[in-house]
Every structure is written in C-alpha cells, then in structure tokens.
Design a protein around this ligand. Structure first.
Ligand code: GLN
Length: 485
C-alpha cells in the first residue's frame, strides 16, 4: 500500500470491500516513519492508540457498519496542537514534558470521523520561522535533497505527507507555515479563512493570524479534510458561524470564464527565474482550462513584511508570557527567588528566535510606542485588506508564486533573520487580510526541486479556491515524487 498515492475516497472503498485492513495501513505508516527517521519529521509517534483505533475500524467493517468519512485515514498533526495526555512541545524546549489535559477541536473532529492520528510532527520553536531548522528537536530535512530545508514551520507535516509516511497532516499557518513548506516539499497545503477552523487547542503564536489547515497529496483530500474540521466551535469565539460548504461535490466543476488575477507586485525583484517560469506555465494551464488571466494591483504589498513582523511579534510576546515555569513544562533549577526562576526558565527554555520576537513585540507594545508601531501596523493592515477587496471586484481568484525561491540549504539563512523573514513575502498578506490560500505543486526546477503556485480567494470562498486548484492540478498532471519516498 502506497500512502503517497492512495486517496481518502479510494481508501474508504478498499476498506469497505475488504481489500485492505486499517491495521495493515497503520502498520505500513509506522514502518515508513521508522525507516525514514533520518528526515526527523516526527517528535512523537503514538502507535498504540493508532493501532487500537485501526482495530475498531476493522471490527466495524466485519460487522458491515457504515464507515465514517475518514475511516482509516492516517493523519499526523503538527506538534503545536494538543492531544490529551500526549506530549505536545510546539518544537520548544520549554514544553519538553508538557502533557495537555484536553484535545484540540480540529483533531477531535478528525478522530470522530474515523481518522487515525499517528503522531506529532516536528516544527520550529513556537512556529517562528520558515525552515524548521531551529526546532529544539533538531532540523527536519527535505526529502528532495537532504542538504536542504523542507520549509517551515510545519516542515515535519509537509515531509510526512511528501514521503508517504502519512496520507494527511495538519499544520498551522500564521504567515505561511502551511503553504510555504507545502511548496518547498512538493505537496498541497491549504490555509483556510481566519475563523473557518477552530483554534481551540492550537498553541497560540499570533492569535489574529493563526489558522489550522491540511497538508495533503491531492486537492480533493484537502477538500475532504476541510469539510470535517471547519465550522463554529463554542470553545473558540473567533470561529465563524458561516455555513460550511460542500467542498467535495463542487470540486470537479469546470472553471470556464473564471477570472484569475495576477498581481505584478508578486513577480518582481527577488523572484527566482525558474520559479517564475514554472508559475507562468501554470497560468497558461489555467487559461487552457477556460479561465481568463488578468492583471490586478495590490499596491500595499511592499508593507506586508514589516506590518506582519510588528503584529506577529506583538501578539507572540503577549501569548508567550504564560510560560513562566509555573504552569507548563520546563522549570529552571537552582533559582534563588521567584523572579529569577521566571527569568532563568525563559532564558533556558526559549530558543534565540523566540527571544528575539518577544523583545521586538514587547517593545512595539510598550507605552509610548504602541501607537507608533502596533497601532500603525494595524492601520496599514487594513489597507492591505482593502487592496484584496478591491482586487476581488475584478477577479475571482488570485494566482502568485508561494515562495520566492525553491528549498534553500540548511543553515543558509539562520544567521540572517531578515533573509528568513523574506521567505514568506508572498504568503503573509493572506494572513493579514484573513483570506484563504492554497499552494499546490506546479513543477520542478532543473535541480529537481518542487515549485508551488499559490491561489488566494475571497473570505469563506474555499469552495471556489479548491475547485480552481483541482482543475489546475488535473491540467498540470504533476506526479513527481521525492527520491526518498
Ligand atoms: N515564517 C513566518 C514567521 O516566521 C510564518 C510562521 C508561521 O506561519 N507559523 O513568523
């Protein structure tokens, strides 16, 4: 059984026709996770609970019960989402022994739908960064080229899907952390509209930006997962009441007459030439599917990076105040006073990037500077949001590169945080505006590295985004796989 090519739908058919057993699929996944351990995609694997649930699914098949929608689907979740009694680290030393007392809503919904959660994937320390190198649990490697990064911060999730260790993984996206690793690792990554998926049980980074979403091998599987995890959750007041569409049934409709906007601001300086060519080829495929490609303007794009790094750091500095050695995880030893226990715990528990952001964020929020930095950033954020609103009066979907470059080398950008920040230049605008975005593989560079195209849609219009992506996926026929899969 090849978990890289089997879809959720075909798995369900094969299970109900008794061609395969959930226990065997689960074992296949566990074997693969073990044989590809050098990629360092997982922090924690949970074989017992996954196998026990697989046995339950198999018993249901024997009793000819109606199978739940995600029966036997092997899923990994990024280690910044909590599962009751399963260690959850957020890639950080400060949570190295934290066992949460509850389960995230998105994960509970997957389990209720019959999915098998097989473990927790490696991620950047509190999701801060674009390469998954500075995890306290070691760097994740890109299966297309082991000397390169898989993108981040959901790098472990992207690699687990790209190599067929699992069929699906959940990631989280604050500034691109689902879409950018999807692009660098050659899989599909979807960031839903802000509020589409409950954040209850997602360890907070930038609360006004964070969203949970799926990484999959095909667009259709993304649609199936989104349908399950979306919808209002009383535990998260920012989750939306907006009705959940039937993402799957509309996915095969054509896109004739669809207007695809191309913002020239996303195709300028810094864009790798081979990435550009791959995106332009994909745009032609959209045209051959009947879409009309038009130029649009997003004039405030140049402010997105500074605005994001003010808002994300400000919110992070406040969210991370709770890690003080008292309530969760790690506590430094040999402190002479309560105050020194706090500061030693935070000094030893957080990585360098986390400390850098706490300092930036605290400064931006401090009295006297609040209006000058955070307040101003929020105002420019509204302008970026308005840009999208105006653009969507002329087009239905926007197409851009996902990342300016293909996968870069391990350690290439670690000494220069600003370089790292620019990796998300095309993805962070969607988080600032709260709109949905999807990245899907559209080609390989001459060096054999995957390139992803990003499609952006209107708030809560994931159905159209998925339909467009599905048409494009079919037209592109991308079926390369990493050498290590
Ligand atoms: N790379 C971005 C950052 O460092 C995005 C991270 C994310 O989406 N979690 O903040």
């Amino acid at each position: 059984m090849d978990l890289k090519t089997i879809t959720i739908d075909s798995l369900r058919k094969r299970l109900s026709e008794r061609e395969v057993k959930a226990v065997d699929i689960c074992q296949t996944a566990l074997d693969r996770i073990e044989s590809l351990a050098e990629l360092n995609a997982f922090i924690t694997v949970t074989p017992q609970s996954a196998l026990a649930r697989a046995e339950e699914i198999d018993r249901g098949v024997v009793r000819s019960e109606q199978l739940p929608p995600l029966a036997g689907v092997i899923i990994a979740v990024k280690d910044n989402m909590v599962i009751r009694d399963v260690r959850t680290t957020a890639g950080s030393r400060i949570l190295y022994n934290y066992k949460p007392p509850y389960t995230a809503t998105a994960i509970r919904r997957l389990e209720d739908a019959g999915a098998l959660i097989i473990g927790k994937t490696n991620c950047f320390d509190f999701d801060m960064g674009s390469s998954t190198e500075n995890s306290a649990y070691g760097p994740v490697k890109n299966p297309w080229d082991l000397s390169r990064v898989p993108g981040g911060s959901s790098g472990g999730s992207a690699v687990a899907v790209a190599t067929g260790m699992v069929m699906v993984a959940l990631g989280s996206d604050t500034g691109g952390s689902i879409r950018q690793p999807a692009s660098l690792s050659g899989v599909v990554g979807l960031k839903p509209t802000y509020g589409r998926v409950s954040r209850y049980g997602l360890i907070a980074f930038g609360s006004s930006l964070d969203q949970i979403g799926p990484l999959t091998n095909c667009v259709e599987d993304s649609a199936r997962i989104l349908a399950i995890i979306s919808g209002r959750d009383p535990q998260d007041s920012t989750s939306s009441n907006c009705p959940v569409d039937d993402y799957v049934s509309s996915i095969n409709e054509d896109i004739k007459g669809l207007r695809v906007g191309v913002p020239r601001e996303y195709y300028g300086e810094g864009l790798d030439a081979e990435v550009k060519t791959a995106i332009e080829d994909a745009l032609r495929k959209l045209e051959s599917s009947g879409a009309e490609v038009i130029d649009i303007k997003l004039p405030h794009t140049e402010y997105a990076v500074p605005v994001y790094y003010l808002i994300a750091t400000a919110e992070a500095s406040s969210n991370l105040a709770r890690y003080d050695g008292v309530r969760y995880g790690f506590r430094a030893e040999e402190a002479a006073s309560l105050k020194s226990m706090y500061s030693r715990t935070r000094d030893q528990g957080f990585g360098d990037e986390v400390k850098r952001r706490i300092m930036l964020g605290t400064y931006a929020l401090s009295a006297g500077y609040y209006d000058q930095y955070y307040g101003k950033a929020q105002r420019v954020r509204s302008l970026i949001e308005r840009d999208f609103k105006n653009a969507f009066e002329q087009c239905d979907v926007i197409a851009t590169p996902t990342s300016p470059t293909p996968a870069f080398r391990l350690n290439e950008k670690t000494s220069d945080p600003l370089e790292m920040y620019l990796s998300d230049i095309y993805t962070i605008t969607a988080n600032l505006a709260g709109i949905p975005g999807i990245s899907l593989p559209c080609g390989l560079t001459s060096g054999g590295l995957p390139v992803g195209i990003q499609l952006l849609g209107k708030h809560f219009n994931e159905a159209l985004l998925l339909r467009t992506a599905n048409n494009l996926e079919r037209e592109l026929g991308f079926n390369s796989r990493p050498p290590l899969s």
